[in-house]
Design a protein around this ligand. Structure first.
Ligand code: FAD
Length: 318
């Protein structure tokens, strides 16, 4: 078939969630994904309570639990010499992206091994690698080339440890960055850190260490409806990036489905989606930006976190 209602560039969490919701809305959509699943990906592997709710509303929570996701009920946060225990009001889940993304790609219309090269505007919409469609969604992540963004001198690294650490998420802030470990399926744990560029070499000596970057938080104005990290990355310390990917994937699908039904122009759907995205996410994005600024003054940051860490973290996930 060389005509679709919607083509999605990228079939990881945001793209697959969007494809799945569009299919549920009766829209003919496909996500093209350059990689084959399962595949490793730099990510902490922690699903916040809000991400779990999204997975549930997409009808995939049983699959995620069956894949061996581990319940996480508290965090142990370390800043310099201080340590804090932060009980969660609602538990999260630990699962690797190896397992999670495979579930999403298997249960949505995702064509793997297809790297999108070219998107052009046409009279009726767009042409994506020779396929015409009415709407295009950019779900190609923080390094995708269809949306321009501002990079920062920070990288993400990830590796797997052979033992579980139970129901506790370990998280620490240190001079070169921050991050931590969480138990995942198979009795192992996933370790993931954000590291400043100048210090990166010190942390990449393990042969199994996966690196991504430079990271980019802010998207510049673009032509396409952008979801997940393509719309702008949340700070990893918020622990809500996957929720953002899933929620924006669903939101875009609902806006597009309604728009296609009333034959709305693409730019109208795009601006409707963008104002709703902004309304739902500006506060958390602003919080992440403020936190990054505060991290430049470690003493102040440490004092701020120690005042109300549990309340802060639990409020952040509401
Ligand atoms: C260090 C670090 C730790 C993190 N830890 C957590 C955490 O613990 N919890 C959490 O909730 N979030 C975390 N995040 C955030 C989370 O990983 C991201 O927000 C999430 O992966 C975004 O999903 P996405 O689908 O938007 O993008 P991605 O997962 O990046 O997917 C984009 C997909 O698009 C594909 N693609 C790109 N270009 C093309 C193309 N031209 N054609 C076809 N396909 C293409 C790619 O192959 C990729 O599969 C972390 C992020 C970092 C950097």
């Amino acid at each position: 078939m060389n005509k679709r209602d919607v083509v999605i560039i990228g079939g990881s969490l945001a793209g697959a969630a969007c494809a799945r919701e569009l299919e549920r809305q009766g829209i003919d959509a496909i996500a093209f994904e350059r990689d084959y699943f399962p595949r490793r990906k730099v990510c902490g592997g922690f699903l916040s309570p809000g991400a779990i709710e999204c997975i549930k509303s997409l009808g995939l929570l049983d699959d995620v639990r069956r894949a061996g996701a581990v319940e996480v009920t508290s965090a142990r946060v370390r800043i310099g010499n201080s340590r804090m225990n932060v009980p969660f009001e609602r538990p999260g889940l630990g699962i690797s992206r190896w397992a999670l993304d495979e579930i999403f790609a298997r249960t949505a219309r995702v064509e793997q091994g297809h790297s999108v090269d070219e998107v052009t505007r046409s009279k009726d919409g767009f042409v994506v690698d020779g396929i015409s469609c009415t709407a295009v969604v950019d779900a190609s992540g923080k390094l995708g080339r269809f949306t321009r963004r501002r990079g920062v001198p920070e990288f993400g690294i990830q590796y797997v440890e052979p033992q579980s650490q139970g129901a506790v998420l370990e998280f620490s802030f240190f001079d070169d960055g921050y991050g931590g470990s969480v138990s995942v399926e198979g009795g192992r744990s996933n370790s993931c850190f954000l590291i400043k560029k100048d210090a990166l070499q010190k942390y990449t000596t393990r042969p199994d260490c996966l690196v991504t970057g430079p990271l980019a938080y802010n998207r510049l104005p673009g032509e396409f409806i952008a979801i997940g990290d393509a719309a702008g990355m949340l700070d990893p310390a918020c622990g809500d990036g996957m929720r953002h990917a899933l929620e924006t994937g669903r939101l875009a699908a609902l806006v597009i489905a309604a728009g296609l039904r009333r034959r709305a122009p693409y730019d109208e759907m795009k601006s409707e989606y963008e104002s709703e995205w902004h309304r739902r996410w500006w506060l958390k994005r602003a919080f992440g930006a403020r936190m990054r600024k505060l991290l430049e003054r470690p003493a102040l940051f440490s004092a701020a976190v120690q005042i109300a860490p549990a309340r802060l973290i639990n409020r952040l996930w509401k």
